[in-house]
Design a protein around this ligand. Structure first.
Ligand code: MN
Length: 510
């Protein structure tokens, strides 16, 4: 069972004394609120918030985020407790707890679309909504830490719940983590979901992969020895040489592409070399290529051209000892840390620098090698032309300010422009739903059809069979999709009217 001090020892950079006391108080509060509660697994409930907070701390996040991790399940459905948190721990922590609680209300359900493209769009909209609702980066980090622990204890839940949560993890949260540059977290989440989502494949993988992996690892120990010697001869001092076994979920993805043919996989295990400087990275690449011939098309320079999520590294695949095809990854310590913890690493860095001037902070973010979407964020910030202070302090996520994400009662997210109405929403579900729409409920209450929807609204459209849209809707709908449908029906109506048909005829002759 984890204990409070695990939160402190999990960090690379220690918390201040003030921060420690703050976290201790949050721990006492969580202990009190969850006392006598058990999880479905039979463990004391406290284990869950404690483990969540430990992970948040290991990512280097601030005391507010850690405290919110400890408190994240205490406010569920009770505004009473949220008020208390605010009084005890202040606005910042209570806002984070509130954000995580809100996120918990949105549940992604089983595949709804047969069409693969539509299904991908549906997932993408859900992810965008999660980001839009979070409005503070730290809310997402806390949610990811929460989900990691929930996935580790998923076996205790009923089967149906297991499947829903595993699917949501695999399709929504893992890709989100990946896009935030947290590849290790994304991979862990996928690995944990695998046995629930693909039980047959999982069994197959367990039977086929382990022995290959062991064989390869033995071989790689030999390659590692050669590399160590070569680096020494060439005067490169490595920080670390390690081999990594390709994680099960990525083996799975690749095998799917090759019809589960294990022979097609070159990189079941790879050698990773971590060095001090970028120059050393390229030197090491040169050393490897002077020893072994590279496979054409397999040399990837993600240092000069980082992946869109900011990932940096050099990759090459060579005909190695005994002509065995082997992958190498070369990177600096900084790149390695960011590849594992992604944006959380940047965020922690920003926290440390909080006392510096805004200009300095901005310079950090202006670095071209930063993750591409941090640049996006910065561009957006410049466009908005506001003082950056407040913005950077909370890392707000409202770059979706022109869009809103409203949800059907089934949990499908509809992506709409700002101020869109229930009629727009209805037309974006289906043209017939739009045409036959007579009434709308938002979060359980009947609303006028021209009201403006907000992100996170749950919208229920009531229909009347055979009903036609009203021309007056054109005055308030915001989307061109709704407009064009309404106009089309109006034209058809006109055509159906004998007088207007005559009139149209007369007009054509002219
Ligand atoms: Mn939780």
């Amino acid at each position: 069972m984890p204990v409070l001090t695990d939160i402190f020892t999990a960090r690379r950079d220690p918390l201040s004394e003030e921060g420690k006391r703050f976290v201790e108080r949050a721990y006492a509060f969580a202990e009190h609120t969850h006392k006598d509660q058990l999880r479905k697994s039979g463990e004391p409930y406290l284990v869950h918030p404690l483990e969540t907070a430990r992970v948040i701390s290991s990512w280097g996040l601030c005391m507010h985020a850690i405290a919110a991790g400890l408190l994240h399940d205490t406010a569920e459905d009770t505004p009473h407790t949220l008020e208390e948190i605010k009084k005890e721990f202040g606005e910042e922590t209570s806002r984070l707890v509130d954000g995580v609680t809100k996120l918990g209300r949105f549940k992604f359900r089983e595949k709804a679309q047969e069409d693969k493209k539509l299904e991908l769009l549906r997932e993408e909209n859900f992810r965008k909504m999660i980001l839009a609702i979070s409005d503070d980066m730290r809310v997402i980090f806390i949610k990811l830490a929460d989900r990691l622990h929930n996935m580790k204890t998923l076996s205790a839940l009923p089967k149906q719940k297991q499947e829903r949560i595993a699917l949501e993890t695999y399709d929504i949260y893992a890709p989100l983590a990946y896009r935030l540059g947290m590849a290790a977290v994304a991979g862990d989440l996928e690995d944990l979901a695998l046995p629930y989502l693909f039980p047959k494949d999982y069994k197959w993988l367990q039977e086929h992969v382990p022995e290959r992996l062991e064989k390869r690892e033995k071989y790689l120990r030999g390659v590692k020895k050669i590399m160590e010697k070569e680096l020494k001869t060439n005067g490169v001092e490595p920080v670390e040489l390690s081999f990594r076994a390709k994680r099960l979920s990525s083996v799975h993805k690749k095998l799917k592409k090759y019809d589960m043919d294990i022979e097609q996989i070159y990189d079941l295990v790879a050698l990773r070399i971590i060095v001090k400087t970028v120059e050393d990275c390229y030197r090491v690449l040169g050393i490897i290529h002077s020893l072994w011939k590279p496979l054409p098309g397999k040399i990837k320079d993600y240092i000069a051209l980082p992946k869109p999520n900011g990932y940096q590294s050099l990759h090459t695949t060579v005909f190695c000892v005994d002509n065995k095809i082997t992958e190498f990854q070369i990177r600096t310590e900084k790149m390695h840390r960011e590849a594992q913890f992604g944006l959380a690493a940047h965020w922690a860095y920003e926290e440390e620098k909080k006392k510096n001037s805004y200009k300095k902070r901005k310079a950090v973010f202006a670095n071209k090698k930063e993750a591409a979407w941090i640049n996006e964020l910065q561009k957006w910030q410049e466009k908005r032309g506001e003082a950056g202070e407040e913005f950077m302090d909370s890392m707000k996520m409202d770059f979706f300010r022109d869009r809103i994400f409203a949800v059907t009662p089934n949990g499908d997210v509809i992506d709409l422009p700002h101020d869109a109405t229930p009629v727009d929403f209805a037309y974006h579900i289906h043209s017939e739903v739009g045409d036959e729409c007579v009434r709308a409920k938002v979060n359980g209450k009947i609303v006028p059809l021209d009201c403006a929807l907000k992100t996170g609204d749950i919208v229920e459209i009531q229909r009347q069979k055979g009903k036609k849209p009203s021309e007056s809707w054109l005055r308030f709908v915001k989307t061109s999709l709704a407009k064009s449908h309404i106009k089309k029906i109006m034209r058809d109506k006109e055509r159906g009217n004998p007088l207007s048909a005559l009139w149209n005829k007369g007009r054509k002759k002219k």
